[in-house]
Design a protein around this ligand. Structure first.
Ligand code: HEC
Length: 165
């Protein structure tokens, strides 16, 4: 192989490397078109789940800044999420139990924010977070989660798994 051949070959390798690095950076953006630009997509129910996370983060910010309006705003948002029909992905007793427990912790959070009690609010937040984890664990173990009925399981699973952090 001559020198010039070699440098052409290396340029090719570099281009491939750059190309795949670019693709890896783009990957987190994949969910956007599913939820935003295709409102008729059955997987749009994921948006309520994503909003849930955003509201929970808002509550955490409120707790950190002792901003009670923010805590209340976040808990109101969480309440709205639970009331949405797409929240009820599953109707087993256990799922409803977790849903109710979640709602109860959010109500405690709201009350603590209303009373301007930061410790109580922080505890309610922790309680609520435990419910997130418990419900998700249940769904995972029961094999229920991430398989919305309206979408063929293979597609759903693949796209959802790819979107896990
Ligand atoms: C009562 C059960 C339940 C509780 C409580 C719950 N979740 Fe979920 N969550 C689900 C289900 C069901 C899904 C999967 C939805 C789907 O695949 O369509 C999900 C999915 C998610 C996702 C993934 C969304 C996506 O687009 O990939 C996030 C993030 C999430 N939940 C955050 C939270 C947070 C944060 C909390 C607590 C503040 C919480 N969840 C509490 C049932 C629950």
């Amino acid at each position: 192989m001559t020198n010039s051949y070699r440098s052409v070959a290396w340029a090719g390798v570099a281009a491939i490397a750059l190309g795949s690095a670019g693709a890896a950076q783009d990957r987190p953006k994949v969910p956007e078109p599913l939820t935003k630009s295709r409102p008729d997509d059955p997987r749009k129910k994921l948006t309520v789940m994503q909003r849930k996370l955003a509201h929970a983060q808002k509550v955490l910010e409120g707790l950190a800044k002792e901003d009670y309006d923010k805590i209340r705003g976040g808990s109101d948002g969480l309440m709205e999420c639970v009331k949405e029909s797409s929240w009820r992905i599953n109707d087993t007793d256990k799922y409803l139990l977790f849903s109710n427990e979640f709602l109860r912790t959010v109500e405690n959070l709201r009350k603590a924010a209303k009373d301007k009690k930061i410790d109580a609010a922080a505890l309610a937040y922790v309680d609520m977070t435990l419910t997130c984890v418990k419900c998700h664990r249940y769904l995972r173990e029961a094999g229920i989660a991430l398989v919305p009925a309206a979408v063929p399981p293979a597609t759903t699973t693949a796209s959802t798994v790819a979107r896990r952090p």
